[in-house]
Design a protein around this ligand. Structure first.
Ligand SMILES: Nc1ncnc2c1ncn2[C@@H]1O[C@H](COP(=O)(O)OP(=O)(O)O)[C@@H](O)[C@H]1O
Ligand SMILES: [Mg+2]
Length: 250
């Protein structure tokens, strides 16, 4: 699980994240939906332990990130929005290197690497250099690394950006399967359709604050909307302003 309490991040006088409470439970895909600049990446980087919060508390799988950062990070997988992969490695080398970073070596690593390559449909590319990979393949490789050490919680920042439809479908399937195995997934997106299709619950963020939360049905009820699609619901909840920004980038 991932639990965030009263999380704040200030840059000088600018408040990027303004007192967020959020929980992604074991087995849940929790959507973190909001327009560009809302504070999603800033929040996710704080949970990943890459950025120090100005205030607030983060607990990952029972470990307080401030008190037990190693335990918290060891139980977490992180898929950044702009991942860096050293391109002179093969897919297999990259995964084994990643396993080593998490202290996961020795028995069972080879099997686990092969399982992950299979799950993300990269098996035939194991011995190929990453530099020859398409964007979608690199994205799938980064995801397979994030799940490699059997994390109980996974953070994903904008997983669908730039993906081809086949890759998107695969990722939806894998995320659901991981959640069914008890992994908590916190996934940011600026796209309503992605949140609506993939997430069990959605927290809507605008200007650093959570403005609504619930299942798609609950959000609909909250906005008093019968609409099948979430767009008018979102429009109503945000007073229209945030949606416009969303539409511009979609
Ligand atoms: N290092 C930084 N210094 C100052 N402002 C920042 C910094 N990083 C992000 N911001 C600002 O914080 C806000 C939230 O950014 P971000 O978390 O990246 O939003 P999102 O991921 O939702 O698009 C934006 O206005 C952004 O410009
Ligand atoms: Mg972002």
């Amino acid at each position: 699980m991932i639990a965030i309490e009263q999380l704040v991040k200030r840059y000088g006088s600018f408040v990027a994240v303004d007192g967020i409470d959020l929980e992604a439970a074991a087995g849940e895909i929790h959507g973190f939906l909001g327009p560009n600049g809302a504070g999603k990446t800033t929040t996710i980087r704080m949970v990943a332990g890459l950025l120090k919060p100005t205030a607030g508390r983060i607990v990952v799988n029972g470990h307080d990130l401030a008190d037990r950062p190693e335990d918290a990070k060891a139980s977490l997988g992180f898929i950044p929005d702009r991942p860096f992969i050293y391109e002179k490695l093969t897919a297999g080398e990259f995964l084994r290197f990643h396993a080593g970073l998490y202290g996961f070596d020795g028995n069972g690593v080879g099997d686990r690497v092969r399982d992950m390559l299979g799950l993300f449909e990269l098996t035939e590319w194991e011995e190929e250099l990453v530099e020859s990979f398409s964007h979608g393949m690199k994205q799938r490789l980064v995801m397979s690394a994030a799940f490699l050490h059997r994390p109980q919680a996974v953070l994903v920042d904008e997983p669908m950006v730039g993906l081809d439809p086949r890759g998107a479908k695969l990722i939806k399937r894998v995320f659901r399967r991981m959640a069914d195995h008890g992994v908590a997934i916190l996934m940011s997106t600026h796209t309503l359709e992605v949140a609506q299709e993939m997430c069990d619950r959605i927290s809507i963020i605008a200007k650093g604050r959570i403005i609504a939360r619930g299942t798609v049905d609950e959000l609909r009820q909250l906005a008093g909307s019968q609409d099948e699609h979430l767009t008018p619901v979102f429009l109503k909840l945000t007073g229209g302003s945030a949606l416009q920004e969303i539409d511009e980038v979609v």
